[in-house]
Design a protein around this ligand. Sequence first.
Ligand SMILES: Cc1cc2nc3c(=O)[nH]c(=O)nc-3n(C[C@H](O)[C@H](O)[C@H](O)COP(=O)(O)OP(=O)(O)OC[C@H]3O[C@@H](n4cnc5c(N)ncnc54)[C@H](O)[C@@H]3O)c2cc1C
Length: 291
Amino acid sequence: MSLENKNLVTNYPSAKYSWLKSGGKISQLYKIHNQIDLRNLFLKNDINNKSFLVIGNLSNTLIKDDGFKGIGIKLQGDFTKVQINTDHMLVGAAVLDNYLSKFCYQNGISGYEFLYTIPGSIGGNIFMNAGCYNQEIKDKLLSVIFYDINDNKIHEKYITDLHFDYRKGFQKKNTIILFGKFKISKGEKTYIKKLMQDYESIRNKTQPQKVNCCGSIFKNPKNQSAWQLIKSSIDESFYKGPIKLSKIHSNFFENDPNISANSIDLFISKIQKRVKEKHNIILERELRIID
Ligand SMILES: Cc1cc2nc3c(=O)[nH]c(=O)nc-3n(C[C@H](O)[C@H](O)[C@H](O)COP(=O)(O)OP(=O)(O)OC[C@H]3O[C@@H](n4cnc5c(N)ncnc54)[C@H](O)[C@@H]3O)c2cc1C
């Protein structure tokens, strides 16, 4: 069977799978199970000059209502595996954070407890330099293994040569993150479990649960909290309606399912405008909005 038939999904409904339960369709989404699939995809002539979008667990992505007309890529199969080697862990980009955290606990590996509460994938984490509780993915990462669409080759870059910053990780254009090589340090299983439970309980107390949301809407400006800037700039109307700010955390919004992605985008712009007017600060979006 050709790659086309077996791996292609047309009109992939991002709203069905995204954490926001909103978003337009991806006209052509290729499910890539291994490196052979990847090479076959880029051998196809008709995909040249198209734009690409790799999706992870869609916990930080909103595709606008008109949809994404380029080529979508979703890693599966070989990219959902974790392998423990002597001096590192090889983690597929499609491995989910919660899975990796539990895997590390089971194998007595410490340092990955914070991932227990992030709903993304390792690829998304490396792209975003995801983090919480004063830890970021860059602290654990040794290198990134990626496919470069420009030269159709797989490369490896060491963290020392990358310039990760707050919520800005490996964002090299036309590349697909395939694996991360991660540090291994041994820890006490009871301690690891306790930390995972503590993080979960903090999260349950401080952030809205069981709602459609994307995590933080905006990055925190240096030495400031986005939620405080927002709270002090808006009126009560922002806490009402089908897209509303969370009463628990003002840098989170909650939305009704299948609400227009463009209206979410507009809502976010309105908050940005209010904060700019009040504090003369332009909040930078953490949520990735795709046209
Ligand atoms: C309830 C909730 C809580 C959250 N809490 C946190 C938190 O505490 N800390 C935090 O940092 N984030 C948090 N987030 C945001 C989100 O989980 C992270 O940004 C996560 O890293 C996104 O991973 P993902 O797989 O869902 O990525 P997606 O949303 O699928 O993609 C995000 C970006 O990464 C790119 N990308 C994904 N995979 C690849 C790949 N293999 N190769 C190249 N590019 C790729 C996409 O193109 C997109 O631009 C939260 C989100 C939610 C819904």
